[in-house]
Design a protein around this ligand. Structure first.
Ligand SMILES: [Zn+2]
Length: 262
């Protein structure tokens, strides 16, 4: 499941190959956009907002649109040289964009639409952890709005702050020594927000997600995916549970305190 850092890196990669390129062929394979043809348009930018991806296109008539996509659980964007074999099944392709001999294909996208007002498509999102306009104070205010929300649930709520996914929520809570089941009213929220920003920022251009600072295979994360393995800090067995329908990992000893404090 991609998080904000993955989409940021994906946007950079797509920007490198598509920015300033003229689309020579577009094929939207979803009913609503099947008749849309953006060929002749020039890609002005590919960028991320939270976990949302935008490809801004200036059409040949001068109007501007954006191809908005979201990977959700299964989605992916691949870039190929035209004529090479795709790495994923053709029937899962939702959109094919060609620019010269470059082909970008979106597979199994959870959201795919062509919008004239990209800002409206993400107006519901909280501050983007990797955005140029990142606003930590607003993120803290949003997280604090309902003090009875569990911090593990609040961190995934993209309306409060945008970019944290399931891996980072477990890692952030561990680093703050706070149980994901703690009410936000009992958590040092500025510290949580600062940790979230640091983790996403450090990982925005990495190919392997790492929160421990140890880029050795199997040692990159503190708790996520480490059910029943010893805590890297205290040796206690890591516990896996379900919070709001998504799996969460924690160390019952390191994260036993109700309040994070200092
Ligand atoms: Zn521990």
């Amino acid at each position: 499941m991609p998080e904000g850092d993955t989409i940021y890196a994906l946007a950079r990669r797509l920007h490198e190959v598509l920015a300033d390129a003229t689309l020579t062929h577009t094929d939207f394979r979803v009913p609503r956009w099947a008749l849309t043809d953006l060929s002749g348009g020039r890609v002005t930018a590919v960028r991320s907002v939270g976990k949302h991806l935008f490809m801004d296109v200036e059409r040949d008539d001068g109007s501007a649109v954006s191809i908005h996509s979201h990977l959700k659980m299964e989605g992916a964007w691949d870039v190929h040289r035209l004529g090479t074999r795709w790495r994923r099944p053709g029937h899962s392709a939702r959109v094919v964009l060609r620019a010269g001999d470059t082909e970008a294909v979106g597979f199994n996208l959870g959201v795919l639409e062509v919008v004239t007002d990209p800002a409206a498509a993400v107006a519901h999102l909280g501050p983007d952890l990797l955005g140029d306009d990142w606003d930590p104070d607003l993120a803290v205010t949003n997280l604090a709005a309902d003090p009875d929300t569990l911090v593990g649930a609040a961190l995934l709520d993209q309306r409060l702050l945008a970019g944290v996914g399931n891996v980072f929520r477990s890692e952030i809570c561990f680093l703050q020594r706070v149980s994901p089941y703690t009410r936000t009213g009992d958590v040092d929220l500025p510290a949580v927000v600062q940790t979230a920003r640091r983790l996403l920022w450090d990982n925005r251009v990495r190919s392997v997600r790492c929160t421990t600072g140890v880029l050795i295979r199997g040692k990159e994360l503190w708790v996520y995916g480490r059910d029943r393995k010893p805590c890297r800090r205290c040796g206690e067995a890591i516990v896996r549970s379900d919070l709001d329908g998504r799996v969460v990992y924690m160390c019952p000893r390191c994260q036993a305190g109700a309040a994070a404090g200092g």
